[in-house]
Design a protein around this ligand. Structure first.
Ligand SMILES: [Fe+2]
Ligand SMILES: [Fe+2]
Length: 331
């Protein structure tokens, strides 16, 4: 995590004439990016039933989570059927995780939108569309759970409660919440492009869900970036320092949820699997689920090049070092 320190400028209050002209140009460039997000949002807009589900059901003969994201190589003890089942458990959790995360994201973007309410109406429209899309995504992931549940043996539980998680996340400062959000939206794009789209054995329906999701998330990632940078121009150095602390706390809280769900999913596997696992296989199963979830929801995102560029431009080497040190046990 090293990048030259350069303060991002989206809105400035400088008063000299030449600076005014420069600031106007920056604001216009920024408005153009928001306008572009609206245009893309309208172009890719989809409906849950008509475009994504199209009357299909999940085919349990197929995998859900692609091998690369599922870290399937860690489950070398498992036979082909067991690996497919592990991929289906992870795929169900992946869908539920997004349904859960998007509760807080929608609420946060709603709050951020209020700050623009009487300002640039292009910005307002782009953010209203963002929130509207996250509401639709939550509905999509709730639907998915009702479709995946009957196709799998009973006993699966998704433990994190969306509103509990949202309240915990939203108790932190805006700088850190937008940082976490930008990280999530960026890894969503990476996951689809680098893994989900490339695995030919993944269920077509499951793949389509994350394809359509990614198409709208691409605009969210741009908007997150601009809103996070805007927030960064408003905070004092002390507030930014607190933002780093909050971000570290948020990542630790995410890791707590992952440990809980990884344990629940490993237990579910063992309860319904037809063969009893040996002690070393149980250890590998538990470690495998946790490592896979950490990769999916933390590690893959903090390795995203764009995320590192944005973060690196905002923070001092010492602040970046704090984050790197905090992440070390998870990485
Ligand atoms: Fe979403
Ligand atoms: Fe999103």
């Amino acid at each position: 995590m090293r990048a030259p320190r350069a303060r991002p400028t989206i809105v400035s209050t400088a008063s000299a004439d030449s600076e005014d002209t420069m600031d106007t140009a920056i604001v216009e460039r920024s408005t153009a990016r928001y306008a572009k997000a609206i245009e893309a949002s309208k172009r890719v807009r989809w409906e849950i039933d008509k475009d994504v589900i199209r009357g299909r059901q999940f085919d349990t003969a197929r995998k859900y989570m692609p091998d690369r994201l599922a870290k399937i190589e860690l489950f070398s003890f498992a036979n082909k059927d067991e690996k497919r089942f592990i991929s289906q458990i992870q795929g169900r959790t992946y869908s539920n995780m997004f349904g859960m995360i998007e509760r807080y994201i929608g609420a946060k973007i709603l709050e951020v939108t209020r700050g623009h309410a009487l300002g640039d109406q292009v910005v307002v429209e782009s953010l209203v569309r963002f929130t509207d899309e996250e509401l639709k995504h939550q509905e999509l992931f709730r639907r998915l759970e009702t479709m995946m549940a009957p196709a799998m043996p009973k006993g699966y539980t998704f433990l994190p409660q969306p509103n509990d998680v949202a309240n915990a996340v939203l108790s932190k400062g805006t700088w850190a919440v937008l940082a976490l959000t930008c990280h999530i939206e960026l890894f969503t794009l990476d996951h689809y492009r680098q893994s989900i789209d490339r695995d030919p054995e993944v269920s077509e329906l499951w793949k389509d869900v994350f394809k359509y999701h990614m198409m709208e998330e691409a605009q969210h990632a741009v908007l997150d970036e601009m809103e996070w940078q805007r927030e960064d121009t408003r905070v004092t150095p002390a507030q930014r320092e607190q933002g780093v602390t909050d971000l570290i706390d948020l990542v630790a809280a995410v890791d707590g949820l992952l440990q809980m769900q990884a344990a629940a999913d490993a237990d579910y596997f063992m309860t319904v699997n037809s063969r009893q696992l040996a002690k070393d296989e149980i250890d590998a199963l538990r470690t495998g689920f946790l490592k896979a979830y950490r990769w999916q929801y933390i590690v893959s995102g903090v390795q995203n090049e764009r995320f590192l560029q944005i973060l690196g431009a905002m923070l001092s080497p010492k602040q970046l070092e704090r984050i790197t040190t905090a992440l070390a046990p998870i990485m």
